[in-house]
Design a protein around this ligand. Structure first.
Ligand code: DX5
Ligand code: ZN
Length: 222
């Protein structure tokens, strides 16, 4: 079964917010993209950061910015996120009433588009829309907070997504987010994920660059 390249996306949520530029600079050459969790306190019970932080970081790095929108009405922020320097916007299927319209808005702004599904949302809820996306993000924790434990019961959904992508010959990355460590990432890899988000396992480590290399090694050893 052909697989797209393994990619590691550190989640900024676990970084030291008092020294974000340094945190990002330290991992830039080791990571494949930067995962930015935008939370509005409505779609999830937490508030993180938004456009001003993204544009400030865009000034210090040319990393690929993968923005995971945990907001209600995510379509509303597309122009501002493009202006701030985002490259990919992922929107929760639970928050997007019209994925076709959302995809068009994102692409018209010159960005890549992805959809996200929560642990409790079945794969059938997103499958009909996979032709619209560059990436499908499968949550392996309830969204809203870092540092939670990986939910192994999402693995069959990763397998179903990989099977669908391959059998329909789609160029769609499968990203996994939540509780990813050197122990859990190989499970997600075997199920078919190829983009691995990790917050605590990377920025919670004393050496984030080395933690990325260890994670990549654990995945590639599988
Ligand atoms: C949770 C976020 C995650 C989070 C992952 O809602 O979507 O990206 O930062 O954190 P860890 O890797 O600590 O589970
Ligand atoms: Zn995320």
């Amino acid at each position: 079964m052909p697989m797209r390249d393994v990619r590691i996306a550190p989640s900024l949520l676990a970084a030291d917010f008092g020294r974000l530029a340094d945190e990002v600079t330290a991992i830039a050459k080791h990571a494949d993209s930067l995962h930015l969790d935008i939370m509005d306190g409505h779609f999830v019970p937490n508030i993180s950061f938004g456009m001003p932080v993204i544009s400030a970081l865009r000034a210090v790095t040319d990393m690929y910015f993968d923005c995971h929108l945990m907001t209600t009405n995510p379509d509303a922020y597309v122009p501002q996120l493009a202006e701030a320097g985002a490259n990919l916007l992922t929107m929760h299927i639970e928050a997007v009433p019209d994925p076709t319209r959302a995809a068009k808005r994102v692409r018209d702004a010159g960005l890549e588009f992805g959809l996200v599904i929560n642990p409790s949302t079945p794969f059938t809820g997103v499958a009909p829309f996979l032709e619209l996306v560059d990436l499908l993000l499968i949550m392996s924790v309830e969204p809203g907070f870092g540092g939670q434990s990986f939910m192994e019961d999402v693995l069959p959904k990763v397998e179903a997504a990989r099977e669908w992508v391959e059998s329909n010959d789609l160029a769609v990355d499968i990203q996994i987010d939540g509780g990813i460590t050197s122990e859990t990432a190989p499970l997600a890899r075997m199920a078919g994920a190829n983009v691995f988000v990790a917050g605590t396992a990377i920025f919670g480590s004393h050496d984030p660059a080395e933690a990325i290399n260890e994670l990549r090694q654990a995945i590639e050893d599988k």
